[in-house]
Design a protein around this ligand. Structure first.
Ligand SMILES: NC(=O)c1ccc[n+]([C@@H]2O[C@H](COP(=O)([O-])OP(=O)(O)OC[C@H]3O[C@@H](n4cnc5c(N)ncnc54)[C@H](OP(=O)(O)O)[C@@H]3O)[C@@H](O)[C@H]2O)c1
Length: 319
């Protein structure tokens, strides 16, 4: 018999994105579940009237909100107006339509990158708004914090189970492999793969290699999200991470090993290192009864296979 969910219908907002598609994979095969999805061309979540209309028609019992305008430092810095307004509009339209139509459960996606710039490490949930934000993504962070807080206020004022998850750096299927705009892990997969193919003797990584970072496979995140929408009294927001970090050099060595790159790894200390450590405290998540399951090496290996098949099929995401 297939597993079941507490709900018979669920709207996954942003189902074509990295997180939304992982949530859909996780929900596939659950008995008696109607999954509701709309692409942006079918439903622009910034269009509040259209969003309310959809909720009235479809009557979802639960929502996972994984739609967002996301981007790297450069895009965030250059387009703060779009990052703030588009995220605020889509969140407000969806959260309020969910409340108006009696949605039983709403899970909003935050991010550990909305914690303050100098958040104490490992980052606990009470660090939110405890000190100034990172200036380069302030507009995005403020918009996301509004979404998270709006869920908390609905819960407090109206007793509805609207709450949030704060994922750490993610990797896995559907990631972005753009040569300039991608995150460190997919960027390294691409660079080590291309170096192996070209027979290059070495790959140079930025900085000293010593900053420490945490990574979570997106399928682990999706599993955690499905767990969170089923527990009776979830935290208003909870970190979702692996709880383990490693240095950028260790990450490079791991990826080189998985990819089969046999050259050397050089460092370029003239390039910036960024913050020395970024790690989330996942004690609260553990207390809710969930543990990460996908080890980093195993996760990178399956991600590399996904990278290879998408490269061959010409469907690699590079935006
Ligand atoms: N990826 C990470 O490492 C990471 C880490 C922590 C937290 N998160 C959080 O997880 C959430 C999802 O991130 P992601 O990496 O999955 O992003 P993504 O791959 O860019 O997916 C976002 C999705 O949202 C859709 N969308 C955006 N605005 C929309 C609108 N107005 N109407 C309809 N659809 C809209 C996009 O549609 P189009 O494709 O049509 O634009 C896209 O499919 C975000 O809140 C992000 O902060 C991600």
């Amino acid at each position: 018999m297939n597993p079941t969910l507490n709900y018979q219908s669920i709207f996954v907002a942003g189902h074509r994105g990295m997180v939304g598609s992982a949530v859909c994979r996780r929900l596939q095969g659950i008995d008696d579940l109607r999954m509701i999805t709309y692409s942006r061309s079918e439903l622009d979540l910034e269009d509040a009237a259209a969003v309310l209309d959809m909720f009235q028609q479809e009557q979802p019992e639960a929502v996972v909100f994984a739609a967002a305008r996301v981007g790297g430092i450069h895009a965030n810095n250059q387009y703060p107006v779009e990052f703030m307004t588009e995220n605020l509009n889509a969140q407000l339209a969806t959260i309020s339509a969910a409340y108006k139509t009696g949605v039983k459960r709403f899970l909003f996606l935050g991010s550990t990158c909305i914690y303050p710039r100098m958040a104490k490490q490992p980052i606990t949930e009470d660090q939110l708004l405890a000190s100034p934000l990172e200036p380069t993504n302030e507009a995005y962070a403020l918009a996301k914090i509004c979404g998270l807080k709006l869920c908390q206020y609905y819960r407090r004022q109206h007793g509805v189970l609207f709450h949030s998850a704060m994922p750490t750096n993610l990797y896995g299927p559907g990631d972005n492999y753009h040569p300039q705009h991608s995150h460190v892990l997919p960027a390294m997969i691409r660079r080590f793969h291309e170096a192996k193919e070209a027979g290059l003797p070495s790959v140079t990584i930025w900085g000293t290699g010593s900053p420490r970072r945490e990574f979570l496979h997106v399928d682990d995140l999706a599993d955690a999200l499905v767990h969170l929408i089923q527990i009776a009294d979830p935290p208003d927001w909870v970190n979702v991470g692996s709880g383990k970090d490693l240095s950028i050099l260790e990450l490079a060595e791991l990826i080189a090993d998985v990819v089969g790159f046999e050259g050397t790894i050089e460092k370029d200390p003239s390039k910036p290192d960024g913050t020395p450590r970024k790690l989330t405290d996942i004690s609260l998540l553990r207390q809710t009864g969930w543990e990460p399951k996908i080890g980093l090496k195993e996760g990178i290996a399956t991600t590399y296979q996904d990278f290879l098949s998408n490269s061959v099929a010409g469907t690699l995401r590079a935006v």
